[in-house]
Design a protein around this ligand. Sequence first.
Ligand code: BMX
Ligand code: ZN
Length: 324
Amino acid sequence: MGDFSIGIDIGGTKIAAGIVNKTGEVFHRKVTPTPKETKMRVLELLKDIVSSYISIAEKERMHLIGIGIGSAGQINYKEGKILTGTDNIQDWNDVAISDYLSKYTDLPIFLDNDATTFAIAEHQLGSGKGMSDVVCLTLGTGIGGGIISGGNVIRGEWGGAAELGHITVNMDGPKCNCGSHGCVETYASGSGIANRMKERLHELDTTTNESAKTYFVENPDKLTSKEVFQWYHDGCPIADEVIDTAIKALSYGMITIIHTFNPSRIILGGGIVEDREWLIVKINDRLSNLGMHALVNPVDIQISKLGYDAGLIGAAYQSWIANK
Ligand code: BMX
Ligand code: ZN
């Protein structure tokens, strides 16, 4: 049956997990909301996921060779520890994930940033296969970055590199929960799009945007990017500006990425781009008039082939990279 690895992807909204084979097939997929209370709740959930997969693997005679975990946050991959995390995940500071889980299993544990594991999956098995220079952006609760340069994963000294969602595109822009201002994430992530719309809800005109106004009155705190996209398609002018600004911010962020890494492809993933090919057309329109042409023009922007599973597949794939 070959070897298998457990893959877990911890994001600000959900935790996705599965047992993965070397070609990236996912078995026994599980998706759970990320516990909002404390890091201990997240750790207990991880322990439960790992224990249940170990019993399933035993029953089904799947030979497990490791556990790979991709998590949002600033991660010391050498120590298997989350150092810090923005408020996208509550209490996500100083979390010794590998130490905690190794009390329950002897399998090797590999921890990395979630967008880095996404990039590993796309590079090994997805849209970046066979390419030496690709950059990935995950557009979900936050915006994560993963970089493959010269065929190598770029992690920096301890694993904190590639926080590409925190490229500043407006020094006077909204405060970001990383501590800076006007990061791409504040405009183009799920939370960024929702926050920019919330700031402008008072401008909505009931005559032209009945559904938006009603929604705001009834659910002011529950607004998500999903509603903003819906209103954009319904012709709401404020939503139109919010989405246009998101595309603009993303395009300027990409120019910095292209000027810095000279990639041949940028792969986008996450809920914001899933099934929204039209976003790529709009980004390409903007990119055609920005930056240094020799660098920018040849870059091909694509949506992830592996989709929602990319993060967990890349996390699991670490077990094979380690065994090479
Ligand atoms: C944030 C940051 C990144 C992460 C990115 C995508 C935290 C908790 N998160 O910029 O480390 O890669 O979000 O995360 O510090 P997601 O929650 O959208 O999957
Ligand atoms: Zn930031």
